[in-house]
Design a protein around this ligand. Structure first.
Ligand code: F6P
Length: 364
């Protein structure tokens, strides 16, 4: 019986933090790649597999069964495996790129496929420039990759945050409290604003619009004057008052951006020290719940379409590109272009104006 021939082999990894939909992207990539005679191997825990500390293993159809509803990443993720971090000089950079190149050669892989956010795509762009061929698949709950209309994970994070706001409403009303809910998103307010609108928040504070605490107080008092002594305030973790900076729990280091946290508690203190502010305030930090759990149907479908297209690009040997969703169609752009401008909420854009029209206080 004639043996099938596989002229192409690529190495797949999931970089940075996990996001719901990653497994669906891995599954789709392997399905399409296999049907196009492209062999796939996987680097586990981001670059750690390739750089030697963790395994690299083949990825076959039988390895990706039952993955659509699964959160996390079967390949493992690492936010501390940037191969270019903490390198003392150009010689060290060369040593790492040589190591990556020879590992890929050993594996017979002609390209690296990276599912990741802005950090991973910057690494991909750097690798591509030095001749290590790459394909990018955008995933991040922050939704901050400019070239694509959607990233895997954002929709699920927004759904999780919206459910949390729904739950807070009933207890806020029962106890007549001001409930502050802090959500993720780093420098982008997509999760906060989308979930805030979907959940019917009274105020939404996002990194793109520095806020005046007095405006939040005024909103709470306006509601109280109507007999509504409870309010819901959604705050993005990167939001800050006018003239202030994002609240950090851990500063940035060479291999890790600053860890954000504390924006909700800081706002609570700002409210409590307002003269004659006699509302009970509680803070909920939603945290990593937003990254966990089963992806929504939207994220499964998006991840599947992006993963499938990435495999098609590999089979056509069209490297150096990131797959994107643009105007409801899946296509691709050069990776450099993909990281050129981050996606931020436009302070006077349609979504923000819609919130204002609904009476949601945006703080500035
Ligand atoms: O970038 C995705 C993200 O979930 C951010 O929204 C958040 O600030 C960060 O990652 C949390 O990172 P870690 O998992 O390292 O705490």
């Amino acid at each position: 019986m004639a043996q099938a021939t596989y002229p192409l082999r690529v190495c797949l990894l999931t970089g940075g933090g996990d996001a719901p939909g990653l497994n669906a992207a891995v599954r789709a990539f392997v399905h399409v790649a296999t049907r196009r005679d492209v062999l796939v191997c996987a680097s586990h825990y981001g670059f750690e597999g390739l750089l030697g500390q963790e395994a690299v293993s083949p990825l076959r159809l039988e390895d990706v069964r039952g993955l659509l509803p699964r959160g996390g990443s079967i390949l493992g993720c690492s936010t501390r495996s940037n191969p270019f971090a903490q390198l003392a000089d150009a010689a060290a950079t060369h040593a790492v790129t040589d190591r990556l190149r020879s590992r890929l050669n050993e594996l017979g892989a002609c390209a690296l496929v990276l599912a990741g956010g802005d950090g991973t795509m910057s690494i991909a762009a750097q690798l591509d420039e030095i001749g290590i061929r790459c394909i990018g698949i955008p995933k991040t709950i922050d939704g901050d990759l400019g070239a694509t209309d959607a990233t895997c994970g954002l929709d699920t994070a927004v759904a999780t945050a919206t459910h949390a706001i729904d739950s807070l409403h009933s207890t806020a009303e029962a106890h007549q409290r001001v409930m502050i809910i802090e959500v993720m998103g780093r420098d982008a307010g997509w999760i906060a604003l989308r979930a805030g609108i979907a959940g019917g928040a009274d105020a939404v504070l996002i990194p793109e619009i520095p806020y005046e605490p007095a405006r939040v107080v005024a909103k709470i008092r306006e509601r109280a004057a109507l007999g509504l002594r409870f309010s819901i305030v959604v705050i993005g973790e990167g939001a800050a008052a006018v003239g202030g900076a994002a609240s950090e729990v851990e500063g940035s280091s060479l291999d890790h951006p600053a860890r954000l946290g504390g924006a909700g508690e800081r706002l609570a203190r700002e409210l409590r020290r307002t003269p004659d502010f006699n509302h009970d305030v509680r803070v909920t930090v939603l945290g990593h719940l937003q990254r966990g759990g089963s992806p929504t149907a939207f994220d499964r479908l998006l991840a599947t379409r992006l993963g499938a297209h990435a495999a098609e690009l590999c089979s056509m040997r069209s490297f150096g590109r990131m797959v994107i969703l643009k105007d409801s169609r899946v296509t691709s752009v050069p990776i450099r272009e993909a990281i050129a401008a981050p996606a931020r909420v436009e302070p006077s854009g349609e979504l923000a104006e819609c919130a204002r029209a609904l009476g949601i206080e945006l703080g500035g």
